[in-house]
Design a protein around this ligand. Structure first.
Ligand SMILES: NC(=O)c1ccc[n+]([C@@H]2O[C@H](COP(=O)([O-])OP(=O)(O)OC[C@H]3O[C@@H](n4cnc5c(N)ncnc54)[C@H](O)[C@@H]3O)[C@@H](O)[C@H]2O)c1
Length: 282
């Protein structure tokens, strides 16, 4: 069994995932990097190895249970242990709720929700056996509200917050010391505006192609206003692993948004829209 702690990160080749990997490496962990984008994964692995990191790259499609089980098997074969599991891969797609096809909805749910479910099934048994460890799930600040033209994404992120809460309750009820955290990030400088490039062929093509000018605007928004992924990862890991926080906001204003949203619902109303359309890129 490896002496150092071992982390696994999904969606590791880009954005927040790569930030989490770099930050975990800086903390002295060996890291298994998993992503559907094989080329980006190879570049990430080379870059990390050149910096002296102990990394193992495993091409993984989180929409497929077998693929995530293989990721877990590779991790345990190579290192004999797993300590931190970051279920971070996510995709987004714009379109009206009734215009997007069922395949569009399924793709977003299969990555954002079932990707997390597959990760729980593949890794939590090993964490339970070890009696310790941490599962960090990436949701979004859009789980504190709702936005038009993003129904699959926003609803999938509401779902994973509830999955994370339920998982922690389940673990506590069986007396396990395994901890769970969920992060609800604000905008990140990342490749999210081009998420459709990672759509597996079995979902067919997108039913409502996003106009190029909107994609350009999303890219520009994230490049200009998105947080630095490594700095965000350092902060998130400190609060998750060191302070053992369950729920992590990267912007305190998002916590307030959650309160306002719940207040509007409990008053029997439709919560007002809080973000301008130009920000619908998460
Ligand atoms: N970008 C933002 O503003 C923002 C805001 C809030 C939350 N988030 C969340 O942060 C997480 C990371 O996203 P990011 O912004 O770094 O985007 P990103 O596109 O830079 O990174 C996402 C990674 O996930 C990978 N991926 C996509 N489908 C996959 C699949 N089926 N299997 C395995 N890997 C897959 C992609 O190849 C990519 O490397 C996501 O869960 C996203 O929803 C992003």
């Amino acid at each position: 069994m490896a002496d150092r702690e071992v982390a696994v990160v999904t969606g590791a080749a880009s954005g927040l995932g790569f930030g989490l990997v770099s930050s975990l490496v800086a903390r002295g962990l060996s890291v298994v990097i998993a992503d559907i984008d094989g080329d980006a994964l190879v570049s990430a692995e080379k870059r990390l190895r050149a910096e002296g990191a102990d990394v193992l790259a495993v091409r993984t499609d989180v929409t497929k249970s077998e693929s995530v089980l293989e990721l877990s098997a590779h991790t345990l074969d190579r290192f004999g242990r797993v300590d931190v599991v970051c279920l971070n891969a996510g995709v987004s797609l714009r379109g009206r709720a009734w215009e997007l096809s069922v395949a569009d909805w399924r793709w977003v749910y299969d990555v954002n929700v079932f990707g997390v479910v597959h990760g729980i099934q593949a890794f939590v048994p090993a964490l339970l056996e070890a009696g310790a460890g941490h599962v960090l799930i990436t949701a979004s600040n859009s789980a504190t509200t709702t936005l038009p033209s993003l129904a699959p994404y926003v609803s999938s992120k509401h779902a994973v917050v509830a999955v994370a809460e339920s998982l922690q309750h389940d673990l506590r009820e069986v007396g396990s010391g395994v901890n769970v955290s969920v992060v609800l990030p604000g905008a990140i400088r990342s490749g999210m505006a081009d998420a459709v490039r990672h759509r597996p062929a079995d979902y067919g093509s997108v039913s409502v192609p996003v106009p190029e000018d909107l994609t350009r605007a999303s890219r520009a928004y994230l490049a200009r206003f998105g947080a630095d992924p490594r700095a965000m990862a350092d902060d998130v890991l400190q609060r998750a692993l060191d302070e053992r926080r369950f729920c992590i906001f990267t912007d305190p204003a998002d916590a307030a948004m959650l309160v306002d949203h719940a207040g509007a619902l409990s008053d029997g109303g439709l919560p007002p829209l809080v973000a301008p359309v130009s920000q619908e890129v998460k």
